[in-house]
Design a protein around this ligand. Structure first.
Ligand SMILES: Nc1nc2c(c(=O)[nH]1)N[C@H]1C(S)=C(S)[C@@H](COP(=O)(O)O)O[C@H]1N2
Ligand SMILES: [Mo]
Length: 245
C-alpha cells in the first residue's frame, strides 16, 4: 500500500537521524521536511478520529517494564516518595492566562480517563498497560492558553546522563482525548520505574515522548532555546520530534 510505503520510508529516514549523519545541515533540513510530511500524512490518513487503538483488560502485559530513568536518587524525590507524594505539585504555566499548580489530590478530583494502550519503545519492546488520569486538554483549558502558545513543554524530575529529561508536543496532541496525565497504572498508583507520581500518556506517539516524573507543564510559542532546542531530551540527541506511530 502506498501509505505504508510512505510511512515506512519516512520512519527509516527518521531512524537515521542520529549523531554522524545528523551533523549535516542539509540532511537535517531533509529530516525536518520529512517529519512535517510524516505529521501531515499521519494525521490526514490516520484511522477514524485519529484515536490510538485501545485494548481489553485481557491484553494487559503482566509486567510493564521501566525504561530510561527507573529510580530517582535525589533526596527531595526520596522524601516525596516516602510520604506518598502528598507534597508533590505539577506547575502549569508559561503562556497561560491563569497559572496554577496541582497536587495529586487535585489531579484525582478532576474527571478521569482510563485507557488500555500499547506502548512502543524505539529500543524494540512494547507493553500494554491501563492508564488513568485527567485529560491534559481540560487542564490547559482551565489555565487558558494565550494566543501565542503553540507547543506544550513537559518538565521532569530526573536527569539522564547529567541532563534534564523533558519533552514537548503541539496543541493538536495536547488536546487529543487520549493525552492524559496518568497517576495510575493497571489500577494502582504509578510505580517509581514507570514515572511516579505522574507521567504523560500521549498515545499516538513513540515511548520517549511519554515524559515521566512530571514537575511542570509550560505553554510556549517556540521550542527554540529550550535545552538543545529540538523539543525533547532524545530529540536533542537526534530522534524525531514528531514520533507518530
Ligand atoms: N522523565 C523521563 N521520562 C521518560 C524517560 C526517561 O528516562 N525519563 N524514558 C522514556 C522512554 S525512552 C520510554 S520507552 C518510556 C518508558 O516508560 P516506562 O518506564 O513506563 O516503561 O518513558 C519515556 N519517558
Ligand atoms: Mo523508549
Amino acid at each position: 500500500m502506498k501509505r505504508r510505503n510512505l510511512l515506512a520510508g519516512l520512519a527509516a529516514l527518521g531512524a537515521t537521524g542520529c549523531s554522524r549523519i545528523g551533523d549535516s545541515t542539509a540532511f537535517a533540513g531533509l529530516v525536518d521536511a520529512a517529519q512535517r510530511l510524516h505529521r501531515g500524512a499521519h494525521r490526514a490518513l490516520g484511522p477514524g478520529s485519529g484515536l490510538a487503538r485501545e485494548f481489553s483488560p485481557d491484553d494487559i502485559s503482566p509486567f510493564f517494564r521501566g525504561n530510561g530513568t527507573i529510580a530517582i536518587p535525589s533526596p527531595d524525590y526520596r522524601a516525596q516518595s516516602a510520604t506518598g507524594f502528598t507534597g508533590w505539585r505539577v506547575a502549569v504555566g508559561g503562556l497561560v492566562e491563569r497559572p496554577f499548580s496541582l497536587s495529586l489530590a487535585d489531579l484525582r478530583a478532576l474527571p478521569q480517563r482510563t485507557q488500555i494502550t500499547r506502548h512502543d519503545c524505539v529500543e524494540g519492546w512494547s507493553a500494554i498497560g491501563q492508564w488513568t488520569g485527567p485529560q491534559l486538554g481540560a487542564i490547559l483549558t482551565r489555565a487558558g492558553l494565550e494566543a501565542k502558545a503553540r507547543y506544550i513543554v513537559f518538565r521532569c524530575a530526573d536527569r539522564l546522563n547529567g541532563a534534564p529529561y523533558y519533552e514537548s508536543c503541539d496543541l493538536d496532541d495536547a488536546f487529543h482525548p487520549q493525552t492524559i496525565l496518568a497517576h495510575r497504572l493497571n489500577g494502582a498508583p504509578l510505580p517509581e520505574r514507570n514515572g511516579a507520581p505522574l507521567r504523560l500518556r500521549i498515545e499516538r506517539q513513540l515511548g520517549y515522548k511519554h515524559a515521566k516524573y512530571l514537575t511542570a507543564i509550560e505553554a510556549v510559542a517556540t521550542i527554540d532555546g529550550i535545552e538543545g532546542g529540538k523539543g525533547g531530551y532524545w530529540e536533542d540527541r537526534g530522534y524525531q520530534w514528531y514520533a507518530g506511530i
